[in-house]
Design a protein around this ligand. Structure first.
Ligand SMILES: Nc1ncnc2c1ncn2[C@@H]1O[C@H](COP(=O)(O)OP(=O)(O)OP(=O)(O)O)[C@@H](O)[C@H]1O
Length: 359
């Protein structure tokens, strides 16, 4: 198999450029002024809630929809823009859909070879078999998709999309049809195959954890716009607003007022860079930044909930002046149970401060 892998040429990854791309369904805008350069071999995850425009953006790149403004380039070739439009079949772009879209009446090998109709049949078969080897399904070449598990079908779909060596691979919610046990392993395998093929890839997902696991960068969309584009660490550590912070982790939100560059809350004061004096603001405190110690130090609180959850336990602590119990995630604190008094300490490194914008 190693030999076969070594013989399989990798994709010649392309650069994809989106330049101020807009689109509307009739009068209704769906994608508004999107600009992004996806570098050769890079994996970018498009992340956002249902209806924010992720699939439409993918369809624009694939050529299934046409932009109403801006342009889309593959390296230096304009795929879509004023006066230019390359049809989907001429774009050298691979697609993997949520439902895999395998042909039930074709064997797995024939499914993969389907994308190679331009080659002689024996050549196409050879290439398709090597693609199946890449996803470790060569032993299932002669069987049909219905005899495979969901994860295996997803790998056949991946092999089929990669076999023509597309410059760009687009994947729309590729793991959402899998149950949670399978999802993690299929995700890891897919990532390995994509890295090996050095494909430039855009993956649509609405799952922040999935985006963090897969993406070199994440482009977070809201109402047709990119709200923030960056590495998973940048989005997690420096979210541009409270909604982005909420998207990437569970947070405790405590309101306060900004005085001399700090927000003052019942849990202490925290740096509030860039916020004007007197601004109503929110301290977003991650649960792992809430420490619980013996009463007498920190802010007084009382444990109202304790759940053993394995690696980190969940504690909820009522604190005077704070509307909702604070959520803390700590290793089991021996001898600390519901009803006990504690001293609450906040790690300032786990606090982000944003201007309050309403609910
Ligand atoms: N064919 C269509 N005709 C009219 N409006 C559409 C069409 N397809 C999508 N829309 C609308 O465009 C907006 C963006 O939809 P899109 O499917 O791109 O979002 P999405 O982020 O991919 O959502 P989901 O995660 O639910 O698939 C939504 O408001 C949707 O209702």
């Amino acid at each position: 198999m190693q030999q076969a892998l070594a013989r399989t040429p990798v994709s010649l990854a392309n650069r994809l450029t989106l330049d101020d791309v807009t689109h509307a369904y009739g009068e209704r805008p769906s994608v508004r002024g999107i600009s992004l350069v996806v570098h050769p071999g890079e994996i970018v995850c498009l992340l956002g809630q249902s209806g924010c425009g992720k699939t439409t953006l993918l369809r624009l790149i694939a050529g299934i929809e046409r932009p109403t403004g801006g342009q889309i380039l593959l390296d230096r070739t304009v795929l879509a823009g004023p006066g230019a439009y390359v049809p989907p079949e001429k774009r050298n772009i691979g697609l993997v859909f949520q439902d895999y879209a395998l042909f039930p009446h074709l064997t797995n090998l024939q499914n993969v070879a389907f994308g190679l109709r331009a080659l002689k049949p024996e050549e196409a078969q050879g290439e398709a078999l090597r693609a199946l080897q890449r996803v470790r399904l060569e032993n299932h070449a002669a069987s049909f998709p219905h005899a495979l598990s969901g994860g295996e079908q997803q790998r056949v779909a991946l092999a089929r999309a990669l076999v023509p060596r597309p410059g760009i691979l687009l994947m729309d919610e590729p793991f959402s049809g899998l149950d949670s046990r399978l999802r993690s392993s299929v995700r890891t395998e897919t990532l390995n195959v994509l890295r090996e093929a050095r494909a430039t890839c855009i993956i649509v997902t609405h799952d922040p954890e999935e985006a963090m696991r897969l993406g070199d960068r994440i482009a977070l969309m809201r109402q047709g716009r990119f709200i923030q584009v960056g590495t998973p660490e940048e989005l997690y550590r420096r979210p541009v607003d409270l909604q982005v912070a909420r998207f990437f982790s569970e947070i405790n939100e405590v309101e306060g007022e900004v005085e001399r560059g700090r927000i003052h809350t019942p849990l202490g004061s925290f740096a509030a860079p860039g916020l004007a004096e007197g601004t109503r603001a929110v301290a977003a405190i991650r649960p792992q930044g809430v420490d619980l110690k013996a009463p007498g130090s920190g802010t007084p609180g009382r444990v109202v909930v304790h759940r053993f959850l394995g690696e980190l336990d969940l504690y909820e602590v009522a604190v005077e002046g704070v509307d909702r119990p604070l959520v803390a995630r700590r290793r089991t604190l021996a001898g600390l149970f519901r009803g006990h008094d504690v001293g609450v300490h906040i790690d300032p490194a786990e606090v982000l401060v944003f201007a309050a914008t309403g609910p």
